[in-house]
Design a protein around this ligand. Sequence first.
Ligand SMILES: [Fe+2]
Length: 603
Amino acid sequence: MNKIQNENNKYILGLSTMGSSSASIFKGKELIAAIEEERITRIKNDGGFPIESIKECLSIAGISIEDIDSICVYWRPFQVSTRILAVLKKIIFSLRSNLSIKYTFYRINSIFLNKKKSLYPEDRGSWLDLFFIKKILKRNIGDFQGKIFFIDHHLTHQSYAAAIQNWQNSLILSYDGGGESDSTVISVNLNNELINLKRIKWPNSLGHFYSFFTGYLGFRMLEGEYKMMGLAPYGKPVYKDIILDQILILKEDGSYHFNTKLCDYHGALEGSFNEQLIKLIGYPRINSEDPTEQHLNLASSVQAAFEEAQMHMIKWAKQLYPEIDKLVLSGGCALNVSANGKILNSKLFDKISLPPAPHDAGCSIGAVLAHDYNNGNIFNFSNYKNVNSPYLGRNYSNDEIRNTFSLLNLSIPKKLNDDDLIDFTSTALIEKNIVAWFNGRDEFGPRALGARSFLADPRNDDIRNEINKKIKKRELFRPFAPSVIKEEYGNYFDIKQDSPYMNIVANVLKDKKNIIPAITHIDGTARVHTVAYESNPMYYNLLKKFGEKTGIPVLLNTSFNIQEPIVRSPSDAIKTFLKSGVDLLVIGNYICDTKWKSENLSK
Ligand SMILES: [Fe+2]
């Protein structure tokens, strides 16, 4: 019996090896670290084999690969027959359509040889990597003699998501682009027993439906989905009925059909769209042009259809188990924070829960948990430690930060104690400075949660344009999110539960919209981040101090990056700060102000 003895102190590595690659490391039942590959390689959504994240996890744990007892991988490569056939079909199509031989070889290469940069984001990495993991590890890291387990993909999503709250009874929806062959799994957790109620097979995929239209609207597929979501409130859902009638057809049995004849996902990756579809909904957007009213209406319609399909599945499961009042969401589609807010507002459930990394990166954690469940343990992970923390990167000490300044040949800035640092930073925010804030272990997942954040005063509506122009260089329609101390979220937002990972959208209370305009989206909503003292004491104290001085314990919080993955190390942070228009960097207990910046830039 290949059972991991993880009730003791053995080390277990979890891996997500494609899409959003990541590694996690457990010591017995304690999660020690989890890192996304993109944060180290600095390649956005890096889907290559997570060599750098494995090295970093080993380094944080203070061990080598030989100390790892077993490895759990986030999917079962032998179960992907439908996906393999689709890709083979694509290669044959490439040959038939006389595309260049070089290009075809590139496609084959990218599938089988672990090319990091593929024209097809879904093919980044290679299935053969999974068969030869030991060889890759030996070549890049060291000799691994332990066992490797390949885990059902959606089970890894479900396990990580369920482990956040460890409810004894809940409905669980796992939905993404597609796992081995399923794109959606609807389940119930009944007294810590997982029962799958429905599996919806790829290519019927809500994730691919959403990504397809992301491409149709001129954004990069598997990356720009949140941009389409940000655009949606600017339009009207005039195409929603057409979509639900001909493209995303909801079925009585709780499932749905995605019309891939009209919407060829792989064609969209190449920028080609069906003529019949264009007749139905108008021309696709070229990414350099400003969105027209038709594009805004299409974004609104796709979002509305997505929400309807999601509610359709949830309502179907709920009528089977009306007594269950908790819902767990997982999979890449759970990144749709607007849809998450709609579920909470529907009042079908008392509470909803989703992890800080519901997309594939989170599956490296889920794989280890799922393997535990597969070995006969109950579907409850409350005996695990640290699994619900989003702060899973390396903790850099003040000494290490000081060394980084020296290594980069920069002067050592002034250093303050914790209280003075909080006082100084809160005043700087009130004086309309944008603050780059680097504090503690970095976040796991796509959201900055007060460890690697740009912060600003949410009362100042002009700050939005300033951040967009000077720092983020991003589309003006995208909203900024608020952080609020946990005790006060109900005074600002219409939300009946906390949102510690910034993944639920809620209405800003009517009388507060004018008070915190910088974080209020055009439709009056905000992507709320609630901060508890115990999760991040320094960030909580900053919010509290800002609240004491202004009466509002809310800050605008956006990720610390400029068109790159979120910064991870002190070196990333300092370099990004120096090339940005930001006036102040607070890093550990060091303060880099305008004077320090101009002195060091002129060096
Ligand atoms: Fe997934």
